[in-house]
Write a protein that binds this ligand. Structure first.
Ligand code: FES
Length: 115
């Protein structure tokens, strides 16, 4: 089941850093937002390799998020580890709707908060 959270009235309201990344609270999670060529992406706060803060990294020319710690790259849409180390970055659905910007969080079940 997907729970949708409205995080802003418009893209312009989101406090992106100069690297076009920022961290927002979505429900009880911290989520990284990335903006590339006008498209909004949402993904995990920390790197799946060794917990680098993804918002401290950068977006490369092809639209991958690059972790600040060991520079592993991930596709912001799919979470695929494009530099081939075999990790997977959790991604979320980001939607720009007429009345605002929404992030969808998948809830796996009642006990998912335990994991
Ligand atoms: S912590 Fe992100 S690549 Fe190592």
């Amino acid at each position: 089941m997907t729970t949708w959270f409205k995080i802003a009235d418009s893209l312009a309201e989101i406090p992106f850093q100069p690297n076009q990344l920022c961290i927002v609270d979505v429900g009880n999670k911290k989520v990284t937002l990335g903006l590339h060529n006008g498209s909004l992406f949402a993904f995990a706060h920390k790197c799946p390799h060794a917990s680098g803060i993804m918002a401290d990294g950068f977006i490369d020319a092809t639209g991958n998020i690059v972790c600040p710690i060991h520079r592993y790259k991930f596709n912001m849409q799919t979470g695929r580890n494009t530099t081939g180390e075999g990790y997977y970055l959790k991604t979320y659905t980001a939607e720009q709707r007429e009345d605002g910007v929404y992030i969808g969080i998948e809830e796996k079940g009642f006990f998912s908060f335990l994991h």
